[in-house]
Write a protein of this length. Structure first.
Length: 231
């Protein structure tokens, strides 16, 4: 499905000018969502590996400062993307295959050399999504190491059970994002349908599945959902 973003007499440059602000906010909020998942993994790491100092380590002022730093850093990393697009001359067909603005696709509308954009976009992806996913993986390796050292199997399972929901959301968020970024840059012969499907999965599935995944862990909410569907 191709979506043409133009009005009569409107060329590719006008289309890009209209979409640059949306591009900035979409990519910024996606990076912030990634940082939230990283902070949640850190929360689980402290709660399981150092439970006695949990309240003293994760105080409200410290949590607020970490959140603010992540937001400012992610905005700073994505801010150059619209300006890097503005310097191009656009002469190709103004056709976007997604229903929302993606930097990897908009830069391909340019007639100029897009090497800088491609490299910077890839660097931003790995400094945000890539680095966050590696740190989350490291935190869960440490959690697993701590949990396996627990003598009681019941306590071991109880500790792991607190991480199941977060792990599901992490997989739903990072798998399509990293796949889509790699396909856009290196998958020249990949199916456009696959790119569109991954884009929609990445944009819609994590926010939709968040409340569902976490409500399944709550017996009170689970019972209410069952009563709604099986009256």
């Amino acid at each position: 499905m191709n979506l043409r973003y133009h009005r009569p007499g409107e060329g590719p440059r006008a289309v890009v000018e209209a979409q640059r602000s949306w591009l900035f906010f979409i990519h910024s909020f996606q990076c912030i969502e990634s940082s939230i998942l990283l902070l949640m993994a850190f929360d689980r790491f402290v709660a399981i590996c150092n439970p006695l100092r949990y309240a003293s380590i994760l105080t409200l002022p410290r949590i607020a400062k970490m959140g603010l730093v992540f937001v400012l850093v992610r905005f700073a990393l994505t801010a150059p993307l619209p300006f890097l697009l503005k310097r191009f001359r656009y002469c190709r067909a103004n056709v976007l295959s997604h229903s929302y603005c993606v930097h990897q696709e908009v830069m391909k509308m340019a007639c100029s050399d897009i090497t800088v954009n491609s490299i910077y976009g890839l660097v931003v992806t790995f400094l945000t999504m890539g680095l966050d996913s590696l740190l989350i993986l490291l935190s869960y390796v440490m959690i697993l190491k701590t949990v396996l050292s627990i003598a009681s199997h019941v306590e071991c399972l109880r500790a792991l059970n607190t991480c199941v929901s977060h792990l599901c959301i992490v997989l739903l968020f990072y798998t399509p994002e990293i796949s889509l970024s790699v396909i856009h840059r290196f998958g020249k012969g990949s199916s456009p349908l696959l790119q569109i499907l991954l884009a929609y999965v990445y944009l819609l599935i994590p926010p939709l599945m968040n409340p569902i995944v976490y409500s399944v862990k709550s017996r009170h909410l689970r019972d209410k959902i069952i009563r709604v569907f099986f009256k």
